[in-house]
Design a protein around this ligand. Structure first.
Ligand code: KIV
Ligand code: ZN
Length: 387
């Protein structure tokens, strides 16, 4: 069976930009949108047009410049939001309106003081109304992660009838276990009439650190779109990280999926978003963290120097990093030291190495990391000593 495509829906500029301190101006958003388009994402969620004049303008300008991806605008389930989003998207080659409403009992009772019947009615009206402006309408069932599966299936069935082309099943609070989220997707595939008329989409939050695992469980169980952000940015603990799902799909051909993302751009994409949003990436972040391809313990370094695959499951060049790094610390061994000396032009003999290693340990115990300047200084003192 041929691998199936997973659509990548990037929401860095909407869910990601909601993060306190991550606000971007229109110019910055345009730079990111253009690069996301080059990266190969299928859909760019450009913003929530009714939320502010700035967001409206950003969605409109992004719509004008994006060449390949669909451009999407978020709305609540009401006419005004939908009209404003449609207006903001009017220059998009391939516009998508993303409308929806909370479906969990908690949202129905506390947010809307409403009933399940009324929620279905509002959902259907919103989708029908949005279809007047766009052929592509995605419906989100907010807090689907905590929504009763029978009711969720009913909502999905009704919005498909109303014309929804994509069904977003958000685990808004990041509560679901991967197996539970996967079962939810499977339940919808098995129980919603005409489910083949729509694409099921995973939109997972990371409150319990399971956003990526849940998204992968979702596609294994029948979803064909993942909503994600660069560096996993997003409300609270963030969203599914784009770079993670893309590399999981790539490194696991056994899953039999593919994406259209050019993985060699992941590192520069991460850097750009981090710089423009002023949001540093944690060093141990999977795929794009500074330490993702750095080895510091002697045992690992020795293995990687002999063969990279002993401790690396991804070739760093696949994500746009030139090479793995061998970091010199007090836990490093002789082979790492010899390797680093070689990198700066010194091919040391075994006897030289024995001596230099003792000098290295003295320096390493006083510093977190020994750098090339330290190595050059060590080599200079050594050559002066031996005359
Ligand atoms: O997390 C969520 O439920 C959302 C929706 C608005 C799609 O971001
Ligand atoms: Zn979200």
């Amino acid at each position: 069976m041929n691998p199936e495509k997973i659509e990548i829906f990037d929401t860095t500029l909407r869910d990601g930009e909601q993060v306190p301190g991550c606000k971007l101006n229109t110019e910055q958003k345009l730079v990111i949108a253009e690069k996301l388009d080059f990266l190969g994402v299928d859909i760019i969620e450009a913003g929530f047009p009714i939320s502010s004049p700035g967001d409206f303008q950003s969605v409109q300008e992004i719509s004008k410049i994006v060449k390949n991806a669909k451009v999407c605008g978020l709305t609540r389930a009401n006419k005004k939001d939908i009209e404003v989003a449609a207006e903001a998207l009017k220059y998009a080659k391939r516009p998508r309106i993303h409308t929806g409403i909370g479906t969990s009992d908690s949202h129905i009772k506390f947010k809307f003081n409403s009933t399940r019947e009324d929620i279905i009615e509002r959902a259907v009206e919103a989708v029908k109304y949005a279809r007047n402006f766009a052929d592509d309408v995605e419906f989100y069932a907010e807090d689907a992660g905590r929504t009763d599966n029978d009711f969720l299936a009913k909502v999905c069935e009704e919005v498909i009838k109303a014309g929804a082309t994509v069904l977003n099943i958000p685990d808004t609070t990041g509560y679901c276990l991967p197996e539970e989220y996967g079962r939810k997707i499977k339940y919808l595939r098995d129980n919603v009439k005409d489910i083949d008329k729509a694409i099921l989409s995973c939109h997972c939050h990371n409150d319990l650190g399971m956003a990526t695992a849940n998204s992968i469980s979702g596609i294994i169980n029948g979803a064909r779109q993942i909503e994600c952000t660069i560096n996993g940015l997003g409300e609270r603990a963030g969203n599914t990280a784009l770079e993670e799902v893309v590399m999981i799909i790539k490194q696991h051909p056994d899953l039999n999926f593919f994406t259209d993302i050019n993985s060699k751009m992941l590192n520069e994409m991460s850097y750009l978003v981090s710089e423009l949003m002023g949001m540093p990436v944690q060093p141990n972040k999977a795929i794009v963290g500074a330490n993702a391809f750095a080895h510091s313990s002697g045992i690992h370094q020795d293995g990687v120097i002999k063969n990279r695959e002993t401790y690396e499951i991804i070739d760093p060049r696949e994500v746009g990093i030139n090479e793995s790094s061998i970091v010199l610390t007090a836990r490093s061994g002789r082979s790492a030291l010899a390797y680093r000396f070689k990198n700066i032009g010194f091919d040391v003999t075994k006897t030289e190495l024995d001596f230099l290693y003792q000098e290295f340990l003295k320096v390493a115990d006083t510093k977190k990391e020994v750098d090339n300047d330290d190595l050059k200084f060590m080599m200079k003192s050594f050559t002066q000593k031996i005359g």
